[in-house]
Design a protein around this ligand. Structure first.
Ligand SMILES: Nc1ncnc2c1ncn2[C@@H]1O[C@H](COP(=O)(O)OP(=O)(O)OP(=O)(O)O)[C@@H](O)[C@H]1O
Ligand SMILES: [Mg+2]
Length: 291
């Protein structure tokens, strides 16, 4: 796994076919290419209200397929982070269904705690602040991603199998961060830490990888590296879903885009279908500030 074959992965994504079109029954518009791929998630009427508040996610429904690279866009406060966190189970939804269709069709919203732990390894999340352990070296941080597959006593003493070490090394090499394997995480740049966080997430062998604004604080060079890395991940068949604030990156990398406005899906389709009208619905007057 993760044997890099850049040219294949890139060819696949250079000219993404439209996945959805607007104004119709969206589920019937999935292109044959995507339909042939295995579905990994089914979200139905997902709703979230924080304590005493109004709905932050309002009746959201969509399906997710392996190998998709989905951008979630919308203005600040639209509910992007809340949505990713509810999918991963770190925030509990108020109602609806998040079905693990590649597994037992269990609903994440009602999963018992133990099962939820397993789900979080299958639907892995890269948090905005990476959540690495600053004083631990890079390779140990990556190995920590294996905890959900490691017996408790072993994880307490940070005892990892050789097989896991080899896998961690392969991942670090794959994302070109191996030379930093023995450095403390805190000594790495933001872009390097982000790549370590991706490696750690991949150690869990997820079917879905979620990333909350993975390039928010990065310079252009590191932004390209991270987006390339995420594209590589989706090229391996993992469904990748990222919150982005850059429409340019959406067009450059993503196969599909979900636009949120006040917690509702107002667009679900190919990046090419993002018209000025749709962007205006999503961003209002802030549309001119978009890159
Ligand atoms: N823990 C919380 N308690 C109460 N309200 C919250 C909480 N977290 C988020 N919210 C509210 O939910 C709404 C959606 O927030 P969310 O962080 O999901 O938006 P976002 O689209 O990710 O925004 P941004 O682009 O700024 O990150 C906002 O109105 C926010 O104030
Ligand atoms: Mg957010």
């Amino acid at each position: 796994m993760y044997q890099s074959n850049d040219s294949n992965a890139l060819n696949y994504f250079i000219a993404p076919e439209p996945v959805f079109e607007q104004d119709n029954d969206l589920s019937d518009q999935i292109s044959p290419k995507i339909k042939a791929k295995k579905q990994v998630l089914c979200v139905k009427q997902l709703t979230k209200a924080y304590k005493g508040g109004k709905n932050v996610l309002d009746n959201i429904s969509f399906d997710l397929y392996e190998g998709e690279f989905v951008a979630v866009i919308g203005r600040s406060g639209a509910g992007k982070s809340t949505m990713l966190h509810t999918l991963n189970g770190t925030i509990s939804a108020s109602s609806g269904e998040i079905l693990d269709v590649s597994g037992e069709h269990e609903n994440v919203i009602t999963m018992p705690r133990k099962q939820l732990r397993h789900w979080r390894s299958q639907c892995s999340m890269i948090f905005q602040n990476f959540c690495l352990v600053p004083r631990l070296d890079v390779i140990t941080n990556v190995l920590l991603g294996r905890l959900s597959h490691t017996p408790t006593w072993k994880s307490m003493f940070k005892v990892f199998d050789d097989k896991d070490r080899v896998k961690a090394i392969e991942l670090l090499k794959w994302l070109k961060i191996l030379p930093h394997a023995l450095q403390r995480a805190e000594n790495l740049s933001g872009g390097q830490q982000q790549r370590v966080a991706i490696c750690r997430a991949l150690m869990q062998e997820p079917k879905i990888l979620l990333a909350d604004e993975p390039v928010a604080s990065l310079d252009p060079k590191n932004t390209t590296r991270i987006m390339d890395a995420l594209q590589k991940v989706s090229g391996e068949g993992i469904a990748v879903m990222v919150n982005l604030h850059s429409i340019e990156l959406v067009h450059q990398y993503c196969t599909r885009v979900i636009g949120l406005e006040k917690g509702k899906v107002v667009y679900d389709g190919a990046p090419a279908g993002l018209t000025d009208d749709i962007l205006h619905t999503l961003y209002g007057d802030e549309v001119d500030q978009l890159s």
